[in-house]
Design a protein around this ligand. Structure first.
Ligand code: AMP
Ligand code: TRP
Length: 327
C-alpha cells in the first residue's frame, strides 16, 4: 500500500452532475481506483464559498455521494468522504494560506468569474488554497480533474514547492490527470463555452440522471455547425466535434473511427445516434442510484470520514512539527 501512488480528487455538491463532470473527471476516478490508492471527497466547504441554502446543501451532499457511488466509485477500493468531516483540510489550508502571495490568488480566473456573481468574498479568494490543502493533506501524487482546474493545480504545485523549500521536502508535487479526449466538454447550446452547472439554460447540459426522453430532446436541440459533413474540427465545427467526443467516450471508439463510419450521415441522424449511446450508457447508473439506500450511504460516508481523519492526522503531525507547532 505505501508504495502505491496516491490519487486525490474532489467534487462540489452543487447542482446535478453533468456529462462534463462525468467525462472530464469522474470516469477517471473510477478507473484510477483500480490501480492506485484513491481518495475522493465531496468538497462541501468549497460549495459554501458562494451564497447557498443550508437545506439544499444538505440534500446535495447526500445526492452527490450517491451519484459517485452509482457512477462506480467503490468504497471497498477507495476512500470516500465529506470534506467538512475531516477538519485537517481546513487546518492545512490555514497553514498554507498564511504564506500564499495575494498576486497568485488575484490571477485565478475562477475567482474573478465567481466573484463577479457572488461579490468579492474571502471564501472565494481562499478557495484555491483550500483545494491545495485537500490534495496536500493526503500527499497525493495524481489529481484527476477537467481542464478548467489546470490553473488551480498549478497554484497547488507552487504552494507545495514553496512549502518544501521553506520547511524541507514534505509534499509530493502533484500532477493533473485529464482524459485524452473530453477534458473540456462543451455546452450543447454554445459549443465555444464549457458545459457548466451554472449555465441558466438547462438544455446546455446533459445531466447524468436526466430521463431518456430529456436526453434525446436536449441532443435534438443541440447547436450544430454549418456544412453537412460529420468531421472533427474543433474550430470549424465545434458543435459536431463536441458530439464526437461524447460519442467516443460512450462507445469506447476513437474519434477517427467514428468519423470514418458516420462522415456522410446527416446531422439530425447523428444527433439521434449520440443520444441513443448516451441513454444506453447512463441507464445502469440511473438504476444503481435508485437502488441506493440513504441510511446506508450516510453510514458509509461516516466510516469514510473516520478513516480519512486518521490518515490526514498522521500527515498533519509531521507538518505541525515542521512549522513549529508540534507538541
Ligand atoms: P465541479 O462541478 O466544478 O466540482 O467539477 C467537478 C469536476 O468536473 C472537476 O474535475 C472539473 O474539472 C470537471 N468538469 C467540470 N465541467 C467540465 C467540463 N465541461 N468538461 C470537462 N470536465 C469538467
Ligand atoms: N475546485 C474543484 C472543482 O471545482 C473541486 C475541488 C476542490 C478539487 N478540491 C479539490 C478537485 C481537490 C481536485 C482536488 O472542480
Amino acid at each position: 500500500m505505501p508504495d502505491r501512488k496516491r490519487v486525490f480528487s474532489g467534487i462540489q455538491p452543487t447542482g446535478n452532475i453533468h456529462l462534463g463532470n462525468y467525462i472530464g473527471a469522474l470516469q477517471n476516478w473510477v478507473k484510477l481506483q483500480e490501480h492506485y490508492d484513491a481518495i475522493y471527497c465531496v468538497v462541501d466547504l468549497h460549495a459554501i464559498t458562494v451564497p447557498y441554502d443550508p437545506a439544499e446543501l444538505a440534500a446535495s451532499r447526500l445526492a452527490t455521494a450517491k451519484a459517485l457511488l452509482a457512477i462506480g466509485v467503490d468504497p471497498g477500493n477507495s476512500l470516500l468522504y465529506y470534506q467538512s468531516q475531516v477538519p485537517q483540510h481546513a487546518e492545512l489550508a490555514w497553514l498554507l494560506g498564511v504564506d500564499t502571495p495575494l498576486g497568485a490568488l488575484n490571477r485565478m480566473t475562477q475567482f474573478k468569474e465567481k466573484s463577479e456573481k457572488a461579490g468579492q468574498r474571502l471564501g472565494l479568494y481562499a478557495y484555491p488554497v483550500l483545494m491545495a490543502a485537500d490534495i496536500l493533506v493526503h500527499k497525493a501524487h495524481l489529481v484527476p480533474v477537467g481542464d478548467d482546474q489546470t490553473q488551480h493545480l498549478e497554484l497547488t504545485r507552487d504552494i507545495a514547492v514553496r512549502f518544501n523549500g521553506k520547511f524541507g521536502d514534505t509534499f509530493p508535487v502533484p500532477e493533473q490527470i485529464t482524459p485524452e479526449v473530453g477534458a473540456r466538454v462543451m455546452s450543447l447550446q454554445d459549443p465555444t463555452a464549457k458545459m457548466s452547472k451554472s449555465d441558466p439554460d438547462e438544455s446546455s447540459r446533459i445531466l447524468v440522471f436526466d430521463e431518456p426522453d430529456t436526453i434525446v430532446k436536449k441532443f435534438r436541440r443541440a447547436v450544430t455547425d454549418s456544412g453537412s459533413e460529420v468531421a472533427y474540427d474543433v474550430t470549424g465545427k465545434p458543435g459536431i466535434s463536441n458530439l464526437l467526443v461524447i460519442l467516443s467516450l460512450f462507445t469506447d471508439r476513437s474519434i477517427d473511427d467514428l468519423v470514418e463510419e458516420y462522415n456522410a450521415v446527416q446531422y439530425g441522424s447523428f444527433k439521434q445516434l449520440v443520444a441513443d449511446a448516451v441513454v444506453e450508457g447512463l441507464t445502469p447508473i440511473r438504476t444503481s442510484y435508485k437502488n441506493l439506500d440513504d441510511v446506508e450511504v450516510a453510514r458509509l460516508m461516516t466510516k469514510g470520514a473516520l478513516d480519512a481523519r486518521m490518515r490526514a492526522e498522521a500527515e498533519m503531525v509531521g507538518v505541525r512539527r515542521l512549522v513549529g507547532l508540534g507538541n
